[in-house]
Ligand binder design. Sequence first.
Ligand code: TRP
Length: 454
Amino acid sequence: MEAKKRETFSSGLAVFLATLGSAIGLGNIWRFPYITGMNGGGAFLLIYFLCIILVGIPIMISEFYIGRKTRTNAVGAFGKLGRGEFGFIGLMGVLSSLLIMFFYSSVAGWVYSYVFKSLTGTFQGVTSQTSAKIFESAITHPWQPLFWQAVVLLVVALVLILGVKKGIEKATKTLMPVLFILIIMIDIRALTLSGAPKGIDFLINVDFSKVTGATILTALGLAFFKLSLGMGAMITYGSYFTRENNLPATAAQVALSDTLVSLLAGLAIFPVVFTFNMEPSAGPGLLFITIPLVFSKLPFGNFLLALFFLLASIAATTAMLSLVEVPVAYLSEEKGFSRKKAVVVTVIIIMLFGSLATLSLGGNQAISQLKIFGKGFFDFFDYLSSNILLPLGGLFTAIFIGYFINKEDFIKELSNHGLIGNERLGVFLYRILRYITPALVLIILLNSLGLIKI
Ligand code: TRP
């Protein structure tokens, strides 16, 4: 059989929306506002922006460079650059992608189930106690969360089997505008509530007294997870970019838009939290316990609630496309699987281990009691991927670019071989990647491993 021509996204807009679809996820909807609130609001935001600029954007550009230059998956790319020994970075990425999916698909399942629950009136007349109970029984039910996790994986698999253009591109092109419209609608409703001024103040109030060393580390870690960095997702998407794409511009636009959506999510959530005297730092509870309670008391509550969780489902789904695409591209290009077989095999692995994560939250007695390094499956998968493998992947990527890639070649690719004037920007980025980014990442990594304390 003749080798099929490798797919690419069809336009600059498609590139932007697919990459943004990867960045925007569950992270924006509850994690960003909640962490921002816990860490001094506006002061934390300033630090987060710095992390995005000094670590996030440079690593994103590095991943785009590796992907588009080689036009191959996250493992094979290093070989094509003549540095096959760095293929382990890509293999680590494949592992991280699976580990993240084990728990991310579980949370996405709760979100999907909440769209359904909202529409069927489960939250009619809900109180703070019943809302917490509904959440508790939703996540500890012996089979319902598994069912929803399977639905999530089925949706992701169907989109991915369609391929890059007809699957990822079409889904993100249709869904990202919907997501944007939904969040604006919910913002308008939230901003007309009596608690709106307090909510806004909570989000933007600059209070440096709450900033500590740990705050800076939290901001750096959030930047990684938010922008989908450190596991080859952006190498893989970069390999589908067009020749004409301005890589640094795309990275900056995605980082900016992702941050904007996080802020819009904060503007949707905090006014309602303060209107109903709730706890702003409730974490996962903020999304699943507080929001139903709040919306149930509003006119059109059930409808708004369903919209809110629909929005979260869209965000989670387009983020998962990029997570699963990493092993899929690897299996089909390095191991000779057909695309369909690669998707099916990957999704089955995720369902098997992912059900351990899901059942470890109480759905199954025996599984809930199993511990790895003192953590249940769900927390272990989360900790190992987010706190160790992603920063490690990012660190190696920055070192790879800063010390093992020819500077001129890096600059040439960033300026599309002289077609766009990114030469000076390229020199500047190369320096940041050589000296600043690895140092910063090394510090958070050593700290999160408990090897140094700042
Ligand atoms: N960025 C997504 C979020 O905020 C999650 C995500 C998608 C991700 N792809 C990734 C995180 C790759 C790390 C690496 O929810």
